[in-house]
Design a binder for this molecule. Structure first.
Ligand code: NAD
Length: 259
């Protein structure tokens, strides 16, 4: 098994991409901490993994709370003895043209993605540095490299995550910690399902055009990336055998963005 005994902290793991990463990691032998603001969802996801014979714990964590992040990560280290892999994945989406974008919604989105990733990194490296080992994985997006209308907050936050991850590659190196970003194209999750009608209304086009022209228009084959595709990249990054691969972004996106 590629991740035998690997201890992974995964945020936003009660839904969508994070949940599939957690299941995939557990099937590959990892002990996974399902960290989410939605504790019912986290308990259910952890119970499902245990039901499949895996090892998982649920952790209540609002990634914007320094106290909750520190407490949650310490709880995982106490239970499983160490932290090998961090997957900073919790996120939301809010779309508006800038003239209608409430500042408080901009702040909310940026705080969850960017402050959340900063706080989680700080809490995890405390456990990784003394052991001279660890893999930091950030959930970026094609929007870490490209821009789309209506997404000032999301594009700014996802570009910021790339900067955080690259900086951590430099800071983490002497402690044996590598740092990389996964940058998926559109994946059909609750976060994306919600955007389709919102974008259709904002742009004055049909929902079909939002999918075929806006979301998949730049892909090479008009296909959605899947949660399993993203999870496989996460397993690859978590299990990579050396620190040669650090400071990189990997873009599973059906060729929408070619790095
Ligand atoms: P999702 O809505 O299915 O899952 C997001 C999870 O984050 C939920 O479980 C939610 O409860 C949790 N969450 C939200 N706020 C939180 C907070 N403050 N603290 C802790 N947890 C919180 O969404 P998803 O599509 O699976 O997105 C996961 C990540 O992947 C996000 O960072 C998103 O930006 C990124 N991403 C998604 C796509 C896509 O097309 N779906 C593409 C590229 C990147």
């Amino acid at each position: 098994m590629k991740l035998d005994q690997n201890v992974a902290v995964i945020t936003g793991a009660s839904s969508g991409i994070g949940k599939v990463i957690a299941h995939t990691f557990a099937r590959d032998g990892a002990k996974v901490a399902i960290c989410d603001i939605n504790m019912d969802g986290a308990e259910k996801a952890a119970a499902d993994i245990r039901g499949e014979g895996g090892d998982a714990m649920a952790v209540e964590m609002d990634v914007t709370s320094e106290e909750a992040v520190n407490r949650g990560v310490d709880e995982v280290a106490e239970r499983y003895g160490r932290i090998d892999t961090m997957v900073s994945n919790a996120g939301i989406q809010i779309v508006h043209p800038i003239e209608d974008f409430p500042y408080e919604e901009f702040r909310k989105l940026v705080t969850i993605h960017l402050d959340g990733s900063f706080l989680l990194t700080k809490a995890c490296v405390k456990h990784m540095y003394p052991r001279k080992s660890g893999s930091l994985i950030y959930m970026g997006s094609v929007h870490s490299h490209e821009a789309s209308a209506l997404k000032t907050a999301y594009v700014a936050a996802k570009h910021g995550i790339l900067g955080l991850a690259r900086t951590m590659a430099k800071e983490g190196a002497k402690h044996g910690v590598r740092s990389n970003t996964i940058c998926p194209g559109f994946v059909k999750t609750p976060l994306v399902e919600k955007q389709i009608p919102e974008q259709a209304e904002n742009l004055g086009i049909s929902e079909e055009d939002v999918v075929n022209k806006i979301m998949l228009g730049e892909t090479v084959d008009q296909e959605f990336t899947t949660m399993e595709d993203v999870a496989e990249v996460a397993v690859f990054l978590a299990s990579f055998g050396s620190n040669a691969l650090t400071g990189q972004s990997i873009v599973p996106s059906h060729g929408w963005y070619m790095a």
